[in-house]
Design a protein around this ligand. Structure first.
Ligand code: HPA
Length: 253
């Protein structure tokens, strides 16, 4: 079953016919909220709001382990993770969607593995390609069939937050090769790998990164709000096309 993790601006899916909600408990504590089960375009999906349904959990305090564990424990094998990003690369503009293909992790102090404790062997998993190819390809196909402009690929720089960056930090991130910046991409992507989930992300660009473009003199929250609604309605359309395509590719028995 498909799991959808929604970020800022996507705390619910308007067209999801909710069947039930479930408060999930995990060995790693509580997820950000109850899992919302339902049908989207006639397909079973589970939705979870990463920052809680009231948007109260900041990026560094999200229990990423509990979120992914709860999804997997409830039948999820594929995950689309939606998150807002600031754009660094000049081909990215506020209002656009992007499916990153690489990550640089600048976060710290987050619980970033399930392999802890004396009973667990030390485990190093391959993470050369951090996202699931099949899910990335499905997102790109869905964007093409729904006529949604979406950039294929890019390096996601995951920062600690909750503060935004300085202009110098963004310059350094650009030199590092980052195309976009966000606060929630890690350790989520790696934890999904540890759980063998097919995981891909959709970045919704809501602002120019600090010191760039319209943010040259500072990031204006009003500008983010102005873009957020429209870009998330594109995300909703993308997700609806994704599940519709899946139904065509693998018809239900
Ligand atoms: N920086 C970090 N995270 C973000 C940004 C940003 O500019 N925009 C949206 N999420």
């Amino acid at each position: 079953m498909l799991g959808i993790i929604g970020g800022t601006g996507l705390t619910q899916l308007a067209n999801l016919e909710i069947t039930h909600r479930k408060v999930a408990r995990t060995p790693y504590g509580e997820p950000s909220g109850a899992l919302t089960f339902g049908r989207l375009c006639d397909q079973d999906v589970v939705f979870l709001a990463r920052h809680g349904y009231g948007h109260t959990i900041p990026p560094h305090a999200v229990n990423y382990r509990a979120n992914l564990w709860a999804l997997r424990d409830n039948g999820v094998d594929r995950v689309v993770s939606v998150a807002t990003v600031g754009c660094i690369h000049r081909d990215l503009l506020p209002g656009m969607l992007v499916v990153p293909d690489q990550i640089i992790d600048y976060t710290h102090g987050r619980e970033s593995t399930f392999f802890v404790g004396n009973d667990k062997p030390v485990t190093h998993l391959d993470f050369t390609f951090p996202y699931c190819d099949a899910m990335r390809a499905a997102l790109l196909r869905a964007a093409a069939s729904a006529d949604i402009r979406l950039r294929d690929g890019g390096v996601y720089g995951a920062v600690q937050g909750p503060r935004l960056e300085t202009a110098a930090e963004i310059n350094r991130m650009e030199r590092d090769g980052c195309d976009m910046v966000g606060m929630t991409g890690m350790p989520e992507a790696y934890l999904a790998r540890e759980l063998e989930l097919c995981y891909a992300a959709v970045g919704a660009v809501v602002n120019y990164a600090a010191g760039r473009g319209a943010s040259a003199d500072g990031i204006q929250m009003e500008e983010i709000q102005a873009v957020l609604g429209e870009v998330m309605s594109q995300v909703r359309r993308l997700l609806e096309q994704l599940v519709t395509d899946e139904a065509t590719v693998c018809p239900l028995p």
